[in-house]
Design a protein. Sequence first.
Length: 190
Amino acid sequence: MKDVEFESLLQPWIGRIRDEELREKVVGVFEAALERSGYRKAGQFRKMPFTLLTDCRGVTFLEHTLAVTAGAVGLAQAQSSHYAKMPYRIDMDRLIAAGLLHDVGKILEIEPDGKGGYRKSRSGMCLRHPLSGLALAAEAGLPEEVLNGIGCHAREGEGVPKPVETVLIHQADYATFDPLVMMQKGSLIS
Ligand SMILES: [Fe+2]
């Protein structure tokens, strides 16, 4: 699709992946997702909300993706800069790659409804975004640790083994989602 250049839409984070092959694979997964999706116009895609489960109040999928990646990186830096000795190693390339890709399946899960809004697609009914995103990334040859970040970042990952990068993405993801849900329920104190 013209006008959707993931290499620039995913900045600054895509540029911080040091491994060139990994960087190219991440961009390739976004391109493949958009290619197979119900989006035919760049504007429709750019405005896509990041979830249909609550009112996003204008926060788009792309904004959410970048904010979650930034949040996960912040959590990693918070630990590495304040612990005298890190108890585990955090792989920043994998953290950023999985942060950017954690919701890529939503490009298949959410589609334009033809009336200016968005709805769950048939693909989304068959496979929730952690599963469809995992399948797309596996096809592109992403490492298994990154696949875990996609497949296990939400409730599918409850109680299952995870690398630390997935844990950080999960927490950053819920930190952006929960306040909106609470707002909708009237339980977010302003
Ligand atoms: Fe997310």
